[in-house]
Every structure is written in C-alpha cells, then in structure tokens.
Design a binder for this molecule. Structure first.
Ligand code: AMP
Length: 112
C-alpha cells in the first residue's frame, strides 16, 4: 500500500469528494477549501512535484490542464477561475503528489 495520501485517494483507499476521474487523473474537493470552489486535480501516476517532471510527462500534464476549464464550468465558475501549483517546501507544498489547485467563486481571496 502506498504511503502517499493522494495515491491512496486515487486508488479509492481513502475517502474524498471526487468530482471527476478517468484513467489518467482524479479531481476532488480540497478538505480545507480556501474559496467557494476549491478542487485538487492530480495525475493518477505518482509524481512528487513539478520538480520531478520529465519529457515523458508532457502529454499527461497537457491533458490535465486541458480538463480544468471544463471542470471549472461544471462547478459554475462561468467568469473564470484561478489555478495554483505549489512546488517544494519553499513554495508551500505540503502534499508531495503533484496537484493543481483550482479555485473560484465568491470567496476567492486576493492574490497580489
Ligand atoms: P499544497 O500546500 O499545495 O501541498 O496543498 C495540499 C492541499 O491538500 C491543501 O490545500 C489541503 O487542504 C489538501 N488536503 C490535505 N489532505 C486532504 C484530503 N485528505 N482530502 C482533500 N484535500 C486534502
């Protein structure tokens, strides 16, 4: 059994509020939302962070990015959304399985 939290969510071993999944990615609600809508989009493959990406991941990452606008629309975010990827301790990353935060809605905090 993996000791990676998000691998375990992707495998269905831990509960999560999953809003979308397919053979390459899983999208679920953040357990401590920072905005009205706060999703996490992850690859099923364990990639620790952006720092671990190689050329072999290009198609997977492009695929995940391409799903985000549709997922945002499905959450009612018709006027736009914010994406964040924290990388490494210096970037505020606490879960070391690559994830894209997708945030939006009325409680979206400022970011300047
Ligand atoms: P990061 O700081 O970019 O590594 O973000 C990790 C995110 O994972 C945080 O926003 C947490 O609230 C979220 N998180 C941690 N555990 C869970 C969980 N079991 N289910 C959903 N989200 C989680």
């Amino acid at each position: 059994m993996s000791d990676c939290l998000f691998c375990r969510i992707a495998a269905g071993e831990l509960p999560a509020d999953i809003v979308y999944q397919d053979d390459r990615m899983v999208v679920f609600r953040d357990i401590a939302p920072k905005a009205e809508v706060h999703l996490l989009a992850i690859p099923r493959e364990h990639i620790a962070s952006l720092d671990e990406l190689n050329e072999g991941h290009d198609a997977l990452i492009a695929y995940i990015m391409r799903q985000l606008p549709r997922l945002a629309r499905e959450q009612g975010l018709s006027s736009g959304f914010r994406t964040i990827i924290n990388t490494g301790p210096g970037g505020g990353q606490v879960v070391f399985h690559l994830h894209v935060h997708l945030l939006g809605g009325s409680d979206l905090p400022g970011f300047h």
